[in-house]
Write a protein that binds this ligand. Sequence first.
Ligand SMILES: [Zn+2]
Length: 447
Amino acid sequence: MSWDCLIHNALVLTLEPGAAPLGDGYVAVRGGKIAAVGQAAHPAELPPARETLNARGGLILPGLVNTHAHAAMVWFRGLADDLPLQAWLTDVIFPAEAGWLNPDRVYEGTLLAAAEMIRGGTTTVADGYFYETEVRRALAQAGLRAVVAQGVVDFPAPGVPDPRDNLKVAAAFLESGGEAPPDRITSAIFCHSPYTCGEETLKRAKGLTRDRGVPYFIHVAETREEVAQIQRKTGLSPVAYLESLGVLDELTVAVHCVWLSTADEEILARRRVKVSHTPESNLKLAAGVAPIPQLLARGVTVGLGTDGAASNNDLDLFGEMSLAARLHKVWNRDPTLLPAAQVVALATREGARVLGLEERIGTLTPGKEADLIVVELNRPHLTPLYDPYSHLVYAAGAADVQHVMVGGRWLLHHRQLKTLNWAELAPRLKAGSRDLARFCQKLPGRA
Ligand SMILES: [Zn+2]
């Protein structure tokens, strides 16, 4: 019995509940799955492997799970910052999406997002945007694991000029599968929000995803204005309104969840709705602080998300971990909240549960997919080392990620991208961004 790959001389965090870090640790991979996890001072004691990687004292942990992104929005990174949310959306983002974006640009933007995510240790991403067949194609090429969700709104959108076709497009997307490997990429639906989708759209989209047992994503209670708007229209909070439509269940991923009443928190817990926490986006857009400690105390499953790079401005889950850990401490004036080990769990095991993938990823457990990362520890800012969870949350960054594997395949090896050709991609992105800048100069109020 031999292994395909053995990674040894590491400190291993399996992220299995209650498991201690394994010094002199190794992870063995066979057939794209984790074959064994253990401790051995000398790899010669272990069965032979086709490929051996000496981690040189680095940290092996499950790949990070981004539970909410709009990957192709990397095109808009740094294009318009420091604006009020509505001006940002209506003066810049919506016109640029309507007039500039096309399938090729979504594809190329998603490749750029994939390169960034792989470099930062993300192995699974949940994306929600338009032209999602292109997103699926790009993520399949990059080798990432993904839940790719077609965006639905009740107004004209990129690729859906007539909103009456929005669910037809989404249903066709769920059916098609495209070139995506079904074991690695799940197709789903992303209803933008309770204020951009009407009742019928929200309910029918839920029907489509429920029939197929796939996630249903929706931005919920992001801002106070949204809560006031839904209250005026329905007499209910956004969460209570969605509950009244019957769209809240264990396959619903509620993104943001900043402005929740205790009754809303109770509904989310009772319906076993999953929550994607997006602290950087919430801070940058001045949306507010989500009651994450309160949701966790109620047993709600919470994962971390970057949101799009227009409102973050990166796709770096190390940044989200650092911010999530610190934010809830200062907001609640309690430094014991969201301790480092819990935050690392949100970015891995709990993120997998948010996406319904907990049987397959999220912990380093034999039989699960070999989705893992190696973080270099032999660096000044990570020395000395007493607690690896502390370093991951409070001291390490995306640049410390040295190797990334998904399903037994290297996506990053000694910091080299293995599935994407950056030298070939970068000039295309530069040309595209110049074109977008020219387009935006012509927008009203931007000249
Ligand atoms: Zn979002």
